[in-house]
Design a protein around this ligand. Structure first.
Ligand code: FES
Ligand code: FES
Length: 177
């Protein structure tokens, strides 16, 4: 017997979107398969890894644990909405400058989670970053550079001077290599 579908409307990175979904459809699948937003990744699909993290109405959510129908009339932000006017978000720049990724699988979720963390706490300690991002797992980096990346972005968003702690990257970006 065919399952009843319903139209769900939300704003995705500022754009109005209507999707036709079954009541059981998960938001991560809608974003990736119906909205062509493949930045949020599917890792565990059981709320453990955070690769699917998106921002929904000002809160970080794991989109593998949200039904699309629960996102009706929501404001959603994904990694695709971070850069503005051709400029990387401070967090994207920070992850690049501080080498906060290796394979990059966790990175969209990390950045999206860190976006909300810095909105709530613009001047976090390293410990607060580790605690605030405990729901996002990375199996490559050992986390140290992720914390540095978030601190880089926090400094930049506060209007402070930013420099990378990786001198070789700095040489490349300033054209000395
Ligand atoms: Fe959603 Fe892992 S895929 S938490
Ligand atoms: Fe590979 Fe985090 S960079 S999982």
């Amino acid at each position: 017997m065919p399952k009843k579908k319903t139209v769900v409307s939300f704003k995705l990175n500022g754009q109005s979107v209507d999707v036709l979904v079954e009541p059981r459809e998960l938001l991560i699948h809608t974003l990736r398969e119906k909205c062509a937003h493949t930045g949020p990744h599917i890792g565990c699909e059981t709320t453990h890894c955070g690769a699917c993290t998106v921002d929904m109405n000002g809160t970080s959510v794991k989109s593998c644990t949200v039904l699309t129908v629960q996102a009706a009339e929501a404001e959603l932000l994904t990694i695709e909405g971070m850069a503005q006017g051709g400029e990387l978000h401070a967090l994207q720049e920070g992850f690049m400058q501080e080498h906060g990724l290796q394979c990059g699988f966790c990175t969209p979720g990390m950045i999206t989670r860190a976006f909300r963390l810095l909105k709530e706490n613009p001047n976090p300690t390293d410990e607060e970053i580790r605690f605030g991002m405990a729901g996002n797992l990375c199996r490559c980096t050992g986390y140290q550079n992720i914390v540095k990346s978030v601190q880089y972005a926090a400094r930049k968003l506060r209007g402070e001077t930013v420099t990378t702690s990786h001198p070789l990257l700095e040489e490349v970006s300033t054209g000395t290599r």
